[in-house]
Write a protein that binds this ligand. Structure first.
Ligand SMILES: Cc1cc2nc3c(=O)[nH]c(=O)nc-3n(C[C@H](O)[C@H](O)[C@H](O)COP(=O)(O)OP(=O)(O)OC[C@H]3O[C@@H](n4cnc5c(N)ncnc54)[C@H](O)[C@@H]3O)c2cc1C
Length: 416
């Protein structure tokens, strides 16, 4: 008979969401164990673009994406592509995505995302102060770039939505852009600056700092894979790959793109899939930019990070099992060279898995059968941004307070 250890709370997954949640719950005096077979913070939370994107209120699925979906998906060099072999398996997710992209649904989803993002900057500042990582937060805004005036005009609707949600944004002429970022080539459409946005100088360093403080707060981080959860009287059993059984009064599922099976085991089927994303990095002492910059037609960010320039983004629909696509890496390289022709070969490349819902809204909330199982996954493009907000929400849900108002839209019950 396998040995069983008892915990108050078990968190499955030590990404930025699991770690931030562990810290919040430990600070309120709870006994926490986190399970993860890998180095904490080494999943999607390691390789992202590092932007705390308080301005990113638009869901991925919008009427204009829907209109262009066939072209986008089947052009293998577009910023949003699909692996053809994955189409049958992805069809249910794609159909839901198309439905969520209709005008009324997209507007409702934007309102939920905006409600979540409203506290994201202050929550990150609080977290950075708490873990002594203020030096890793950079406050310099974030810049979108447009190839020509027509592309800027196409973005007008998105900007109007942002304005309605109170997001600060400044439209810049090509000359203004040049003054802000003199190393950039001309972008004839100019740009839009989101002046309040913050970014991380080094996501991996931030994850290390967070992990150290989580450990110092008494959280046990156990290197093993959770394989199944099952409710029983007075708690939830967690079976693990190390052969041990662990039991907790509450289990929080924060396994990023790998969370779906646990939700199904607890009786809450959710349409979680993944949007695969890539980065390439160029080592250099002084990157040629002073803030994250997004040439919008290319679907990636160029981000100055400690000792390197990271080029991160694009979406590839294709599941969790397929290997890195050299074609997608080449696309990033070509795009980076179009902006900075002097770049050589990248020093490293990376593939990561965004945990993505068809409505671009994370799943944060108690299982239908009770708050002994709580979900905190599905953050898609905004998991880094929303991790501390999620941690605060989970603390309240564990105490029996469910989100209300637009934030109620994050509930797992929306799929029942
Ligand atoms: C290219 C790219 C750029 C991005 N840019 C940004 C950005 O600028 N801003 C932003 O806010 N977001 C960005 N994101 C999204 C963001 O990175 C993710 O939403 C976020 O990291 C998700 O965090 P997480 O903790 O849910 O998942 P992860 O960081 O993936 O962590 C999940 C953890 O669960 C563990 N796990 C999995 N299965 C099990 C199991 N069975 N048992 C135990 N543990 C398990 C994994 O090992 C992993 O450590 C980007 C993503 C990509 C790919």
């Amino acid at each position: 008979m396998a040995e069983t250890s008892e915990h108050e709370v078990i968190i499955i997954g030590a990404g930025v969401v699991g770690l931030a949640t562990a810290l919040r719950l430990a600070a309120s005096g709870r006994e926490i164990a986190i399970l993860d077979p890998h180095e904490p913070g080494s999943g999607a939370s390691y390789g992202n673009a590092g932007t705390i994107a308080n301005y990113a209120v638009m869901p991925v699925g919008t009427p204009s994406v829907l209109k262009n979906l066939p072209r986008l998906l089947f052009d293998r060099d577009s910023p949003l592509s699909i692996r053809r072999t994955a189409i049958p398996a992805l069809m249910p997710w794609l159909l839901r995505f198309a439905w969520q992209s209709l005008p009324g649904n997209a507007a409702r989803n934007a309102a939920v995302i905006a409600a979540l993002l409203a506290d994201s900057l202050s929550a990150w500042r609080d977290l950075a102060t708490e873990i002594g990582a203020e030096d890793l937060l950079r406050q310099n805004g974030c810049l979108y770039l447009y190839d020509d005036p027509a592309s800027l005009a196409c973005a007008a609707d998105d900007m109007a939505v942002r304005k309605r949600f109170g997001i600060a944004q400044e439209t810049l002429s090509p000359e203004d852009v040049h003054r802000l970022e003199p190393a950039l080539p001309p972008f004839e459409g100019g740009g839009v600056l989101f002046p309040d946005a913050v970014n991380l100088a080094d996501p991996a360093a931030m994850m290390r700092r967070l992990t150290e403080v989580v450990r110092a707060a008494g959280v046990e981080i156990i290197r093993t894979e959770a394989t199944a959860i099952a409710r029983e009287t007075g708690g939830v059993n967690v079976s693990c790959a190390d052969g041990r059984r662990r039991r907790a009064r509450s289990v929080i599922v924060a396994a990023g793109a790998y969370s779906r099976r646990f939700a199904a085991q607890a009786g809450d089927p959710v349409p979680l899939d993944t949007e695969r994303g890539y980065h390439v990095e160029y080592d250099m002492e002084t990157p040629p930019l002073s803030r994250p910059v997004c040439p919008t037609s290319r679907g990636f960010y160029l981000v100055p990070m400690a000792g390197r320039l990271r080029v991160a983004g694009t979406v590839e629909l294709g599941g969790l099992a397929a290997p890195l696509s050299p074609r997608r890496i080449a696309l990033l390289e070509r795009g980076a060279k179009a902006v900075f022709p002097g770049l050589g070969k990248p020093d490293r490349q990376w593939l990561g898995f965004r945990p993505s819902m068809p409505d671009s809204i994370p799943v944060i909330g108690a299982s239908k059968q009770g708050n002994d199982v709580i979900y905190a996954f599905g953050h898609g493009h905004l998991g880094l941004t929303l991790a501390p907000v999620t941690a605060n929400l989970v603390e309240r849900i564990l105490a029996g307070q469910n989100p209300s108002g637009p934030q109620a839209g994050i509930s797992p019950c929306r799929f029942h």
